[in-house]
Design a protein around this ligand. Sequence first.
Ligand code: 8DG
Ligand code: MN
Ligand code: MN
Length: 413
Amino acid sequence: EDPDAELAVVSLPSYACQRHTPLQHHNKGLIGALSILAENAELSENEGRGVAFRRAAALLKSLPQEIGRAGQLRGLPCLGDHSLRVIKEVLEDGGCREVEATKESEQFKAMKALTGIFGVGPKTADRWFREGIHTPSDLQRSGHTLNRAQQAGLQHYDDLNLPVTKAEADAICLIVERAVGEVLPGAEITLIGGFRRGKQTGHDVDFLITHPEEGREEGLMVKVVSWLEAQGLLLYQKTTRNSYLEGKDGPARPPSNMDRFERCFSIFRLSAEQLRRTTHSTTDPSSRVNTDLHTVPPQSALRRSDSSAQMDGQVRVESSVWSQGSGSRSWRAVRLDLVVSPYSQFAFALLGWTGSKLFERELRRWAVHERAMTLSSHTLYDSRQKLYLRAGSEQEIFALLGLEYIPPCGRNA
Ligand code: 8DG
Ligand code: MN
Ligand code: MN
């Protein structure tokens, strides 16, 4: 492969929602460098700077080949001066001083560690950092009063910072499906977030719940959460009735049913037995591979320990998460997000909660600046015609926005 070859891409559109951004891309080093700077900007609450680095990284993710030299980037959108400087340095020197300095900075490391606690955002983390608290252990020792979310976050810190596998997501899906079926027959549940985009791991599991008869979904969240709690499956939960005024979705006025939109942030107690049951019913035994403890293969967080299985007829659950230290664990904590939407808003909720976060931001930016429309997870408002546009599918929403349809796997911006 000739690194000096000009890129085959003549031009790429500038909004991420106009491009396919696959999960697998060809510029891992450059994207890694830009992502560190984006993360640092976000942790410093410099949103504009964060978005600029995210947009540059997303552009590189949508390129069909590896960049060998900076000249190949000529004419491409989304690459600001700072991002270009970083890219050039990485290409020429194999690394970037600003990125290395950021990675090694005490502040960056501490902010990452502290915001890695569920319930802790950059503001709180920064306050603690300035008090000399750099790690979760420092925080524990400090005697600070923590809210319920932060207490749970600290308690389950290690688990919640381990990636959630697709197999674990599938196991939780079966249980939530059962809960939903018990409390409201006919209700439908859809896996959203990163797993819907094809990711094999995530930081949490996200589900969208609805019922084909408009109105039947009302009060559904409380019932589902109560059912899960009664089974001892939730280690923490906070349910909110997402009134439109609290939302960050823009200036459009809500239709009357807006206040039915409910969500729940929770920590799920996934048992090894639940995971084992799902994996055994969904995977072909011949495809079950023995793996290194640190490299869990896609689709399978489990491996069967044949010797022990032969000895005592039991299957041991082993993966980087499930066998730590001496014995295997009987359960782990997993972040679980639930959203309930009325059927009439389902397509908007599906599009709005599938992500990625940058893709969503780009969709809304496109809507406002290119179409004079306001897109939210509830509706699309056309400010020229002064009316709400309805849609029954994601395809229809893309069409209303004048965009080519991008399937979930192409939304990994
Ligand atoms: P990961 O968990 O696999 O790491 O990534 P993800 O699934 O893409 O991220 P996420 O943090 O779970 O968020 C999933 C989507 O949900 C994301 O596209 C943005 C969307 N989302 C929030 N909060 C809110 C909100 O307050 N309102 C709306 N409308 N969407 C939100 O995370
Ligand atoms: Mn997610
Ligand atoms: Mn989530």
